[in-house]
Unconditional design. Sequence first.
Length: 488
Amino acid sequence: MIGAEIGTIRGVRVAGPGREFLIDDEPVDIVIGEGRIIDIAPTGALRPVGEVLDADGTWAVPGLWDNHVHTVQWALAVERVPLGAAGSAAEAAELMRGSSPLPDGRLVGAGFRDALWSDVPTLELIDRATGETPAYLINADVHSAWLNTAALRREGFIAPDGVLREEDAFEISRRLNAADPRRGDEAVRDAGERAAARGITGLVDFDMAWNADAWPRRVAAGFAAHRVEFAIYPFDLDRAIAAGLRTGDEHASPLIHVGPLKIISDGSLGTRTASCSHHYPGEEDNFGVINVPPAQLTDLLVTATGAGLAVAVHAIGDRAVTAALDAFTTTGAVGTIEHAQLVRHADLARFARLGVAASVQPQHALDDRDLVGVHWAGQTSIGYPLGSLRDAGARLLFGSDAPVAPLDPWQAIGAAVERTDDDREPWHAEERLTVDQALIASTRTSIRPGEPADIVLCGADPLRAHGPELRQMPVTATLLAGRMTHYA
């Protein structure tokens, strides 16, 4: 049934946004035409039209969005050596020793988290494990990369310990991702199918490339798994303006729209470069880094706003979040702050007042809870403040930051609702959201007449699910504008 145009969904219960207009738990029929919901009525009250999908009492929610994905990096992760289980630099190097090079002759691993390792990455260690084969180990947060001598030589970088950080690390990722566009496009197609199987009908692509050409090429080759809004980076801003790109405009296909200008204003917690009010323990001079000074950030927002582009400002540490909000205040720009992992109490209300959405990744709170206990122990701002931001009136947008966390909206929803994914008590339970609130942060439409027919059918009731059942929600079907993109 993949690719089928559905005219009627029969016997479905609405669990997500839109159910407030229906009788609780009453099965309904949803009639679809020209990609939109035409009518909704109790089962049997409407004459079915077109191809009928029997929902058999399953539950419907609007199509799910991931608002922060590094698409090519995520798609290519399946062919890279997984390093997430490495408990030390020595273990990570050993995992690379037994791996096979990619077709281009490079060894690439991804997903290591060194912030709590008892040892440190060194050039000698990785050289001993990998020899003369160029080897690249990408941190889970993508803000650092550990290369051997052969790779440093090939890329033209110098690093005494083999570790590149921030812009140098980003450049390495850009080169690896762009090494073979054909292979990258095939990986994106396959990854899109996996995303549809989890209910994804749209994502915001923050790939560090000229996406204005890449996505039309993919769609022309048959990609049809979900909608996409693609970002632009400052190094391509002039090019985007010259091309007349404006946020929200359709670009070459109804599936593709122009997204925001993405600005990475500070570093990350894992690399100990997120810009914070208080120094990192044991590093009295390390308050993180500001990649884009305030004056430059303001100039970028002014230029983007004048060109009709929204902005997405990466700001993880509280000092960076304050600087980003200051720039929004000064310029009147519209857009999002991406991550907002450490926020001053005084800044919470500014999000709503400025109309700046908080684009957050709930799974990061669980992945980083041990790091926070060590590296942010002295911070006085709020860590991963989902509930606090919502209570202050901020609009929340959920994402994964894939491949940093898996691209699975149900994992994000579960993380926001439960604030734990192991046998420990919820981490800062006061920051938990309800399932309703988490679904709103994961969707852009509701199940109502006139809305796009982006619909996900779930094998369990999301509003009553808890723990693993919520995080592993069975998805029986995904519709994109009424067209089947997944069917189980």
